[in-house]
Ligand binder design. Structure first.
Ligand code: UGA
Length: 444
């Protein structure tokens, strides 16, 4: 059944959500007050890099299933469901999440909200936020408004696929009617066998931060093992493979390296700690502080490894391969790669950054750092090359050809992504996090 819905806030989450529901056959109106963003989307251009999203956007614009508006009007008030997808960044004054945009979104929606419409939050929020939002909305309208929570688990880089065919759909509701409506919204997905879990609203809010905290913990766990492997003469990559074969542990999110970043995991674990402390149960998630500490230590470890090889880094030419927080995105928010680049720069090195997609963002946010558009010129004269984001382009790069451009064949594999023996065979010295690799390059 085709439903008319509005998607409020068109960032990574909202733009993908709007396109996905339009592709699934619903009639979607995307709303964002940022005119530049809106004009770009309406013209069929996604203002960030997300594989497959632009083609899908063009398709749903052409089908008439997706339209855009800068604000609510009589037409958007006909929507049966309003999905809140605005950002909840880390607060400027503390570690908690800033939920202001959600309250602002409700203020804008309230005058156009229909009595029998459902407002469903998708943004990541501290547990208890939905209750505050419901209270706030109730004070703005003269009928009891309906609010539900419907967390989103999409990953950048595979966002569209994750939205069209997620592992599960979680809906937090208070009323059977809201459940029915959300089941209709997700019918094209649940029809394909995707499970839908119905929970209460606080559980729905918690599911999201709990999932992200678990993922962050898993990554920091293997990175903690990497710290130990480095001093014990062990190999964290083999260790990960071995423990990951236990089905109870699983091999996903068990890749050691310079750790996690992005707009979600780091901010969500900080926000979770802050919220738990407010609720008087800070101890329950105190370990998340250590999860973050391990994560940050791995970034600095790269600089230490470079210093162990080169000594003082002042004036040394360092090439950073990868700026995005992970491959297949141009997002550099809280990117471990950029943290490493900055630390080299602070240590006095001459840093050159390469990335297949994120250089525009790098130039905007870090105008002081040098960038290079192509790989060969990026590594030209490098005394050390550091792989910080495991783009396919780097994993498949030819070490023999790259070796012709550098001054010193030394590479730090910050993501344990390279075929070490191929690089060593091309006379590169490979240094990796959590591994004790042969320091003497093999002879060809
Ligand atoms: C994350 C979650 O995976 C999504 O489920 C969630 O919906 C999203 O946050 C969100 O809250 O919106 P995302 O931020 O796109 O998705 O990135 P991830 O794929 O989770 O990767 C996060 C970081 O962990 C990256 O920097 C990646 O390089 C790093 N990572 C991942 C590792 O260091 N090791 C691993 O084994 C896996």
């Amino acid at each position: 059944m085709k439903l008319k819905i509005s998607v409020i806030g068109l960032g990574y989450l909202g733009a993908t959500t709007a396109v996905a529901f339009a592709k699934l056959g619903h009639e979607v109106i995307g709303i964002d007050s940022d005119l530049t963003k809106l004009e770009s989307l309406a013209a069929g251009r996604v203002p960030f890099y997300e594989p497959g999203l632009e083609d899908a956007l063009l398709e749903v614009i052409a089908s008439g299933n997706l339209r855009f508006k800068t604000q609510h009007d009589e037409e958007t008030s006909e929507a049966l469901i309003h999905l809140l997808c605005v950002g909840t960044p880390q607060s400027k004054t503390g570690l908690g999440a800033d939920t202001t945009y959600l309250f602002n979104a409700l203020d804008a929606l309230a005058p156009f909200l229909n009595e029998d419409a459902l407002v469903a939050g998708k943004s990541t929020v501290p547990v208890g936020t939905a209750a505050e939002l419901a209270k706030h909305l109730a004070s703005k309208v003269d009928f009891p408004p309906h609010l539900a929570w419907n967390p989103e688990f999409l990953r950048e880089g595979t966002a569209l696929q994750d939205s069209l065919l997620p592992d599960r759909v979680v809906i937090g509701v208070k009323e059977a009617w809201a459940e029915k409506l959300l089941r209709l919204l997700y019918e094209p997905i649940t029809n394909q066998g995707v499970p839908l879990l119905v929970v209460d609203i606080p559980t729905a809010e918690l599911v999201k931060v709990a999932a992200n905290s678990f993922l962050a913990t898993k990554i920091s766990f293997i990175n903690a093992m990497a710290e130990i492997a480095e001093v014990a003469g062990a190999d964290a990559v083999k260790l990960s493979e071995a423990i990951g074969m236990d089905e109870r542990i699983g091999n996903k999110f068990l890749k050691s390296g310079i750790g996690f970043g992005g707009g979600c995991l780091p901010k969500d674990i900080r926000g979770f700690v802050a919220r738990a402390e407010e609720l008087g149960v800070g101890q329950a998630v105190g370990f998340l502080k250590e999860v973050e500490a391990i994560n940050l230590r791995r970034r600095s470890r790269v600089i230490e490894l470079a210093q162990e090889e080169l000594g003082d880094l002042t004036g040394r030419r360092v090439t950073i391969l990868g700026a995005a927080f992970k491959p297949e995105t141009d997002d550099i928010r809280d990117s471990p790669a950029m943290a490493v680049a900055e630390q080299f720069w602070m240590a006095g090195a001459k840093v050159v950054i390469h990335d297949p997609k994120a250089l525009e963002n790098v130039r905007r946010v870090y105008p002081q750092l040098e960038t290079a558009n192509d790989l060969d010129s990026a590594v030209q004269g490098a005394e050390i090359v550091v792989l910080t984001t495991e783009w396919k382009q780097y994993r498949e790069a030819d070490p023999i050809s790259l070796g012709r451009h550098v001054t010193n064949r030394l590479i730090i594999d910050g993501r344990n992504a390279l075929d070490v023996s191929a690089w060593q065979a091309a006379n590169w010295q490979v240094v990796a996090l959590g591994r004790n690799l042969d320091r003497i390059p093999a002879l060809v």
